[in-house]
Design a protein around this ligand. Sequence first.
Ligand code: CA
Ligand code: CA
Length: 208
Amino acid sequence: MKHALILTLSLALWAVPSYAQERAADVARVIEARVGADRVAEWIKGADWVIEELVEVAYGYAPSQEVTEAAIQSFVRHGRAGARARAFKDIWSADLDGDLSVTRTEIAEIALALSGFQRGMLWTRHRRADANSDGTVTLDELSTYAETRALRYLSETRADALNDALALDLDGNGAVSVEEAERALMLLAQAHGALQSTTAPASQDDDA
Ligand SMILES: [Ca+2]
Ligand SMILES: [Ca+2]
């Protein structure tokens, strides 16, 4: 009887890692079928970065603090609107005569009150916004420039990656909590026998 019990316990303990591995492999198969092997490989390499993005969306843009499609859309729209507004402010703050266009003369005058770094940035931005290079940034040119900056700040690539993260929805309720994503990424790493790395892609904060 005692031997039988020990045998049962040994078998149970032996079975634990195998079950966990099977579970991880099942989850990995489902997630990979949703987003493809390349995305999964990218997540395993940069798990910390994925979690950081999800924290920002969950706690900043989701009333339930879980990432949903609507929360991602809101995050993207807010990010782009902010970048657009900064582009307008950067150029419009030099519109000294208020005629809704900014000439090089105006830039030169406003530059006097700026630091060296700010002067350099202002001239660079004015140059980029002046699409036809006639020395004056018009409202149309500024609108186009602002849109370019919005899309550079929050690119389609970044928005697609965020939308793919909805595949980390382990309980299938249409939303992904940060803890759920952490669990899913751990299972993926386990299934691929990989160690999680802290390597993050290049910073996307600069929207100039
Ligand atoms: Ca002006
Ligand atoms: Ca122009």
